[in-house]
Design a protein around this ligand. Structure first.
Ligand SMILES: [Zn+2]
Length: 335
C-alpha cells in the first residue's frame, strides 16, 4: 500500500501560498473560493500539526479582516467581495482554530456576524446563502454551525431550521438540497451534522436505512466512495460519507482498509496533495477532505514517537477536537 506522504502534503499547501503570491491565472479564477480555500489549507495544516509555523496567524487574520464587508456585516471570499454565508463560516472557523491558547473564543465583529446570519433565515426555516436568495440545506448547516461556534444559537431559530432539514429527508433514508430533491452524500452530511449540533438526531425516521444508503456508497473493487448511486468514487466523499457514519456511530459499516487504500492512491507522489480519483489534478479541496477522511479511519499507523499521524477531526464540524471542545457547551449539546 502507498504510504501517507505527510511532508509532501505540507509542502503542497506551502506552495499554494506562493502560487497565490505570484498571482497566477488560477489565482484569479479562484477568487470566489479564496476564503474557503484558506480554511481547507488551515484544516490540512492543523490536522498535520504544523499550522502556526507554516501559516502565521498574523498574516491569516490580516487577510480575513481585509474581506470584512461592513455594509452587510459578514465576510466575503476576497477583499471587496460581497459577504456570503459560506465565506463567513470559513472566516469564523479559521479564527476559532487559531485560538489555541485561549479558554474562551473571541471574534472581532461578533455581534454584526450574528445578526447577518440570523437575518438570512426565511419564514419556512431555511437559510439563503446571500442577498440573492438561493436556498440549500448546505446554508442551514453553515448558519447553525457558525452560530454554535459563536455561542449564539437560540431555540426558535433551531426549531425552524431543524423542521426545514426534516422536510428534506427522503424515502431512501438520505437527504437532499431542498424538499423533494434527490439524496446526495454531501447533503446527507450537512443535514446529519445540523441534527447533531442541535441534538436532534433522534428525529431521523430510520437510521438503519440511512446508514445502509451511506455504506452502499462504497464502490468495489476500488474501495472509494461515491455521492449517489451509479456515480464514480471521489476522495471528497470519504469525508461526506465517513463523517455522517461517524456521527451516527456506524463507521464499521464500510471497509475501512479498502477505503484507506483508495484515498492514499489519490496522492500526488511528486508534488503532494490529493485529487478526486487516481491520476487526476490535485487541489486543496480534495487534499483537505482526503486528510480529514483519513483522520476518521482508525487503521492509521502511529508516527515514530507512537502518537497518531493525524490530529483527530470532529466529524460534525471538520475542525480539530481541540477547537470544538471549546464551544460544544451550549444547551443543544447532547453531551
Ligand atoms: Zn470531489
Amino acid at each position: 500500500m502507498t504510504e501517507f506522504l505527510r511532508d509532501k502534503h505540507i509542502q503542497y499547501v506551502k506552495d499554494l501560498d506562493s502560487k497565490i503570491t505570484q498571482k497566477s491565472y488560477e489565482y484569479w479564477l479562484s477568487e470566489h473560493l479564496r476564503m474557503n480555500g484558506l480554511y481547507w489549507g488551515v484544516v490540512v495544516l492543523v490536522t498535520l500539526d504544523v499550522l502556526e509555523e507554516t501559516l502565521p496567524k498574523k498574516d491569516v487574520f490580516t487577510y480575513i479582516e481585509s474581506c470584512w464587508d461592513s455594509t452587510q456585516g459578514g465576510y466575503g471570499s476576497f477583499p471587496g467581495h460581497d459577504a456570503h454565508i459560506l465565506s463567513t463560516l470559513s472566516a469564523i472557523q479559521i479564527q476559532a482554530i487559531y485560538q489555541k491558547e485561549v479558554e474562551e473564543l473571541d471574534f472581532p465583529h461578533k455581534n454584526e456576524v450574528v445578526s447577518y446570519i440570523k437575518g438570512l433565515q426565511r419564514e419556512n426555516g431555511s437559510f439563503q446563502g446571500d442577498t440573492f436568495g438561493e436556498i440549500d440545506t448546505r446554508f442551514t448547516y453553515t448558519a447553525i454551525n457558525a452560530l454554535s461556534i459563536l455561542g449564539e444559537l437560540d431555540t426558535e431559530l433551531v426549531s425552524k431550521g431543524v423542521d426545514f432539514i426534516m422536510k428534506c429527508e427522503n424515502f431512501d433514508g438520505g437527504f437532499g438540497m431542498v424538499p423533494g430533491a434527490e439524496s446526495h452524500a454531501a447533503q446527507v452530511f450537512v443535514c446529519v451534522a445540523t441534527l447533531s449540533i442541535t441534538s436532534s438526531l433522534h428525529l431521523i425516521k430510520n437510521k438503519e436505512i440511512l446508514c445502509e444508503w451511506l455504506s452502499e456508497r462504497q464502490v468495489l473493487p476500488s474501495g472509494g466512495l461515491n455521492g449517489r448511486p451509479e456515480k464514480l468514487p471521489d476522495v471528497c466523499y470519504s469525508w461526506w460519507v465517513l463523517s455522517s457514519l461517524s456521527i451516527l456511530d456506524k463507521l464499521s459499516w464500510i471497509d475501512d482498509k479498502k477505503l484507506k487504500e483508495y484515498i492514499l492512491g489519490c496522492q500526488d507522489e511528486l508534488g503532494g496533495g490529493f485529487c478526486d480519483r487516481p491520476g487526476n489534478q490535485t487541489d486543496v479541496f480534495h487534499t483537505c477532505f482526503g486528510i480529514a477522511g483519513l483522520s476518521l479511519l482508525e487503521s492509521l499507523e502511529q508516527d515514530s514517537a507512537g502518537g497518531p499521524v493525524l490530529n483527530p477531526v470532529d466529524p460534525t464540524y471538520c475542525m480539530p477536537y481541540s477547537t470544538t471542545k471549546k464551544f460544544r457547551k451550549w444547551p443543544y449539546d447532547k453531551k
